[in-house]
Design a protein around this ligand. Structure first.
Ligand code: NAD
Ligand code: GLY
Length: 359
């Protein structure tokens, strides 16, 4: 097992990579939680892994109740958060009772938001089961739900007490979901670590065949990079925004596709456009967008707007970007690569150039 620490003073926590689901209960004993726990999951993940986790928790003396949320992004909303509160109240949960999220980013974001707000905050444990959740959404404390008018528009920064990752669960993950997570893994190489970027290029076969050492390494390195950034800037006052590389155009694509495109796929396309914009802006040479695009394509991820079910106009995409959370005073801050391994956060980019790229 490999441990990555997220250092946030008295809210610091461990990410345990390679921690077996069966031993989750004993891994949580050191946290001094109350006896009662609520497992938040969806029917598909529950069927695969729910019983093993519940057995492990019970063996350690916890009393476990389960709350099932239907599978899908459309259920990450206030109505389903309310169903969690109701279940907790009916079962007389108190402020020491913990919520355990078993699932991908949808379950993690929803359960985290419920944990942040129930009785003004109860302990929260993340047990991510998708690659995307392992390398991104379960780490760093962004929790939230969608509003009919926008994705992730209601939320809270709320850190988990621990993140437990059993990498064997990735064996049942559909290939498209694995690739979606790979987009975020590639992101870490571009924003922070050129040798990691090269590792992803050289070890594609091992990674895609789920070689345990390769998987362990890419998840650990991604978590280390995210933990470093979050420890330095928890609430996105500055540095944390680099994690949004590819997400500005990516979110506009997700909106255009009515959230039917996987998050990582949209981010993959967004990273290619951001890299091309960086070159047009004079921040980097042509080799940077070329290398980013080549690596993304080599993993079977989409690289341009032809992957969408309909081609949105550049004006439509630009308009969506303006109302993104990352816009400030009407001008969108872009994360643009200067070279592989280093990015700039900048408002100095040309709308005309981006419009031409998107057209
Ligand atoms: P997801 O949670 O919808 O999971 C994808 C699918 O995989 C689901 O159908 C799920 O049932 C299934 N699944 C999960 N684990 C499985 C397993 N081990 N075997 C088989 N099937 C499995 O999608 P996701 O990509 O994990 O998460 C996307 C969500 O994460 C979005 O809502 C996005 O906004 C959010 N997100 C949050 C952050 C953050 O910092 N909080 C960061 C990135 C993304
Ligand atoms: N997923 C971006 C962040 O956690 O800041």
């Amino acid at each position: 097992m490999h441990i990555v620490k997220v250092r946030l003073g008295d809210r610091s926590y461990d990410i345990e990579i390679g921690s077996s689901l069966d031993r989750a209960g004993e891994r949580l004993l050191e946290l001094g939680l109350g006896k009662k726990m609520a497992l938040i999951t969806n029917p598909a993940v529950r069927k695969l892994y729910g019983q093993r986790l519940v057995d492990g928790l019970k063996q350690a003396g916890f009393i476990v109740m389960s709350v099932e949320i239907p599978d899908g992004e459309q259920y990450k909303n206030l109505d389903w958060a309310n169903s969690i509160y109701t279940a907790l109240l009916i079962n007389s949960f108190d402020r020491k009772s913990a919520l355990v999220a078993l699932g991908g980013g949808v379950i993690g974001d929803l359960a985290g938001f419920a944990a942040a707000t129930f009785m003004r905050g109860v302990p929260f444990i993340q047990v991510p089961t998708t690659l995307l959740a392992m390398v991104d959404s379960s780490v760093g404390g962004k929790t939230g739900v969608n509003h009919p008018m926008g994705k992730n528009m209601i939320g809270a920064f709320y850190q988990p007490k621990k993140v437990l990752m059993d990498l064997d669960v990735l064996r049942t993950l559909p290939k498209e979901e694995l690739l979606s997570g790979m987009a975020e893994v590639i992101k870490y190489g571009v924003i922070r670590d050129s040798s990691f970027f090269e590792y992803l290029d050289t070890n594609r076969g091992k990674i895609l065949s789920l070689d345990p050492d390769a998987l362990g390494y890419i998840i650990s390195r991604s978590c280390e990079i995210k933990a470093d950034v979050v420890s330095a800037d928890e609430r996105e006052g500055g540095l944390r925004a680099i994690l949004n590389f590819g997400h500005t155009v990516g979110h506009a694509i997700e909106t255009a596709e009515n959230y039917t495109m996987r998050h990582g796929y949209a981010v993959a396309i967004g990273m290619v456009y951001a890299s091309r914009l960086a070159h047009k802006t004079g921040l980097c040479d042509q080799s940077v967008p070329d290398r980013v695009e080549t690596l993304i394509r080599s993993y079977g991820l989409p690289t341009d707007l032809s992957a969408l079910s309909r081609k949105p106009s550049s004006a439509e995409l630009m308009a969506t970007m303006q109302i993104d959370k990352k816009a400030e005073g009407g001008k969108v801050k872009f994360v643009l690569p200067k070279k592989i391994g280093e990015v700039a956060i900048t408002k100095e980019w040309d709308e005309q150039q981006l419009q031409e790229l998107l057209a």
